[in-house]
Design a protein around this ligand. Sequence first.
Ligand code: ZN
Length: 185
Amino acid sequence: MPEIELESFLVSLSKSLPAMEAWVQAQAGLAHSASRPVSELGFSRLGLYFRPGFLASARVVVVDRVPVPPLRDLGLGELAEFLDQDFRAITYLDTYFVRCGEEGDEALHMHELIHVLQWRILGARTFLKSYAAGLAWKGAYKDNPFEDMAYRLQEKFESRYGFSAESEVEAALKDFWRESWILPG
Ligand SMILES: [Zn+2]
């Protein structure tokens, strides 16, 4: 993965954030009519981890290829390599995109719903900035603290540990603040 010079990266990141946020909002908006509430998917276990109102407000859309941000156009070419893969799913705000054929995997939905909580609790600007900085700092996609959190909770879900996803994410984000993983946008 690329070696990123952090100080100059943070400068270009701050400049790119408004355009990045607009792009993300456009994706979620465009998908709205094709998306549906997660609560309508009929999964049996997600309701053990999330409140019904949350599952009714998070939305999912199945697509041939999940949209990834045009990072080079947005002035963040340093990060482009991280997104240079065929993702099974990706989350923008309250909406996540799932690659066609993967929509039956309940644990994948669990993972993306953790990202919905991250977006919602931190707000779009702060989440985007912190997530991008996490990629740059950690230098590997799965080591990004926001991915690490989602994979950790996905594994607990797969191991059938019971927990409230919202409480877990809130507690983990408090640790992130303390550890300076969160950069207010
Ligand atoms: Zn993820």
